[in-house]
Design a protein around this ligand. Structure first.
Ligand SMILES: [Zn+2]
Length: 147
């Protein structure tokens, strides 16, 4: 399911989302505490990020006495999956396997993770293609078949 949002979420805004995902409803001072600690950002910077996320429809606000509580309807794994999807749309389909290989090379994995990946590859094997065709727009890829 696609996320209904005006714009993509930047890496800085993602940091704010992680604080909100870690709790159900969170006042701005908690977000500010976490990100001042982690990133050394100033309060106005963090407030700007929160404001942008509200404008984008990623964060909801609720008044609680004199302060606001922030929450989100967006699930973390949904946003991660969407971001990965978008990323893979930005590369030639012929390069996807190679790129997943790079991700595996660089990932810190447990034995369980490795077992999961092995199982996924086992399931893919009988349905793998002989060749993956380039799906790029002409002028955005150097694949042969564009001539
Ligand atoms: Zn291509």
């Amino acid at each position: 399911m696609a996320i209904e949002m005006d714009k993509d979420i930047t890496n800085a805004e993602w940091e704010v989302m992680r604080v909100v995902w870690a709790q159900t409803e969170v006042p701005s001072h908690v977000i500010i505490d976490v990100l001042t600690d982690k990133r050394g950002w100033k309060e106005p910077t963090i407030k700007t990020l929160i404001g942008r996320l509200v404008k984008k429809g990623a964060l909801k606000t609720k008044k609680d006495g004199r302060k606001f509580l922030y929450s989100t309807d967006i699930k973390e794994d949904t946003l991660v999956n969407e971001t990965l999807d978008q990323f893979f749309h930005n590369i030639c389909s012929k390069d996807i396997g190679k790129t997943i290989g790079v991700l595996i090379d660089e990932a810190m994995l447990s034995h369980d993770d490795v077992a999961l990946l092995k199982e996924k590859l086992k399931q893919k094997e009988p349905i793998a293609y002989d060749t993956v065709l380039c799906n790029c727009v002409k002028g955005q890829c150097q694949c042969q078949h564009h001539g």
